[in-house]
Structures are given as structure tokens and as C-alpha cells.
Design a protein around this ligand. Sequence first.
Ligand SMILES: *Cc1c(COP(=O)(O)O)cnc(C)c1O
Length: 397
Amino acid sequence: MNDWQQRFDRRIMRSIGMPLLKLERGDGAHVWDDEGREYLDFLAGIAVNSLGHAHPVFVEAVSRQAATLAHVSNYFTTEPALELAERLVRLSGAGEHGRAWFGNSGAEANEAAFKLARLNNSGGARTRVLALVDAFHGRTMGSLALTGKPHMREAFEPLAGGVEHIPATIEALEAAIDGTVAALIVEPIQGEAGVVELPAGYLEAARELTRRHGALLIVDEIQTGAGRTGAWFGFQHAGIEPDAITVAKGIGGGIPIGGLITFGAASDLYSKGQHGSTFGGNPLATAVANAVLGEIERAELVANAARRGPQVRERIEGLGSPLVAGTRGRGLLIGVALTRPVAGRVVEAALEHGLIVNAANDVTIRLAPPLNIGDAEIELFAERLAASLDDLVRATD
Ligand SMILES: *Cc1c(COP(=O)(O)O)cnc(C)c1O
């Protein structure tokens, strides 16, 4: 182990594995490590750095707001918080009744959504919450209860009760749903599970079934939101209106923030004193999110994600590597299916060639580059990925 690895090993909680690199700075889609080596970042902090690194709009917003008013607590409101709530209601189409609650992370957004589900209890009749097998909703106790990954849950049971994980099929939902269900929570694309899309027509059917049975439809847009999939939010591709969405990751572009946006009658479920967060919605985080979302709008980066995604996938498939089975996903949330369980080795080979990608699981590489990538970044990505895959093919032949 080198020096930083030793320091990490000694002082950072063992819940986090040894990091791949120690990074020092970033610029656009590029980062540099502590030895001055440059990398093309096609993970963007897991779909967080929407504008890339050190974008002038981000830097200006952080600096200006930090020098003006950074934090006030929920006893006060500020212009950035009001503006962000209005902006997210507008962008999500939550409409006339739309409301926002702010926290500091995705898990916290889903905690707020879980509590919202509990409030939809019809006088105690609704005790069940449905989530999907393989779903990822976060690591806190409530969001972990919603998460459908046994290896993440087992050490921490018992978790919050009443959650059932059903397969992502319309038939399974039809079989599970009745008047005892308070809510169904789904990701439009299961990012952590390996960029797995819902079956065609699932969200439409889920909307119909949840409405018929009085359950809330909650869409976890933490990874798919902020334009990532080529729409502001993933559910918008299906043309449905959910009862609530959760947001985090890309809406802050690197500042920690999460939120719950409610639609229609779901906006009346919470009443005074039922939820809160000391940091939640503070002017620093909300001002930066406003600036990031404003830049996504101004530079038309939602459309860029829609346009660049297929280009990236075309380049990957065009490499004709025997390691690549195909690509999937939407916009700039892309899964590369491998023909062999070597995703960890692809990540390492890519680092050797100055490229950051992610192993969502053994057989899937996940890509979530900044939303503002262009021809130059895609060209460099294809070059570096080709070299990495070639190395691996040679090594395993
Ligand atoms: C990342 C993620 C979360 C958890 O967000 P944190 O900020 O890590 O707590 C929840 N749901 C989805 C779909 C995510 O991708």
C-alpha cells in the first residue's frame, strides 16, 4: 500500500472499500489524480456532476452564495429555496398542487418518500409498501428497507416493516396490489442493478393499478433525474403523472442535496411538524442546484443527453469487441453488457488508459458522463475504451 492507501486503511470506516484513486482536481469531463495523471470521467461521481467538474456556473454559484448566506435552518426560508421548489415543480410537471421538500441526499429523499407512503394509510388499512426486486433506494434504515438487494440488507435486519419486493413485471404488480398497499416505489431505470429498464408499459400499468387501488406511485428519480435519460425525469418518457418523485445526485451537480416532489393530492399528506432536516433546503445547496438546473436548461443539456447517448452506444458497439454483448439504457445512463464476468477488470484496464467507468455488477459497465459531453469527449472515450478492451482480450486469450 502507498501512503494514502495506508492512511485510508487506518482511518476511514471499513464500510467503504479501498478507493481506486486519490483525485486532486477536475475540469469538465476530466479529473487528475495525486500523481498528475489525467482521466476522462465517464462516471461523473455516479451521475452527480451533471455539468462536469469545476464548471464556471457551479463555481460562481457556490462562491456567491457562500459569501451571501449559506445556512439558516428550517425556521427561516430564503429565495434560493423558494426558487428551487418552484423550478422542480415546473420541470417535473407537478403542476398547480406540486410541492417540494428538501434534504441532503438520495437516501434522505427516499426516507421522506417512505414516510409519505405511511401517511397514505387510509385510517390504518394500508400497511404494505411495494418495491422491486434488485431495487436500490439508499443505505439508511428506511431507504434500505425499500432496497431489494439482500446482501446490503441482511446485516441490518430487522428493517422497517411492511415492505415487499416484487419482480418488475406487470403481472407481479397485479397479483400484489390491493387496498392494503400504501405505495409502490420504482426506479424508471434500475441504475445500481446494472442499468436495467422497466418492461415496456410498466409505468403506465403501474399508474393505472396504483390509482385504482388508492396506492401512491412514487418514482425514484435520484439517478435518472436532472436530464440524465434525455428527459428531465425518467417517468416523463412514459407520459404518466406519478404521485411523488425523489431527486438528488445530478440536480446539485456536486453539492449534496436531495428532495421529494409531490403531485396532486399527495401534496396534502404531510402536515406541520411531521418531517424536517437541519441542513435541508439551505440557501447554499439550493442556490447551487438552481444554477446547475438553470445551466442544464440554458445549454439544452437534456436534448444533448438524448442525442449523445445513442452516439456513445454506437461507438461502443462499433468497436466490435468480443467482450461487449451490447448496450442498454437511455440518454446518458448507459449499461454495457459484457460477454464475461470481467467488469472489475474492465474498470482497472480503463484506468490504465485514463478512463473512468463503473462496474455496476460483474457483467455490466455503467456509464454516466457529464451531460455536456460533445464529439471530442466521445472520441476520446471510444479510443480509451477500445485500448482497454483490447488489453483485456489479449490478457484473457
Ligand atoms: C444513489 C441512489 C440513491 C441513494 O442516494 P444517496 O445520495 O447515495 O443516499 C437512491 N436511489 C437511487 C435510484 C440511486 O441511484
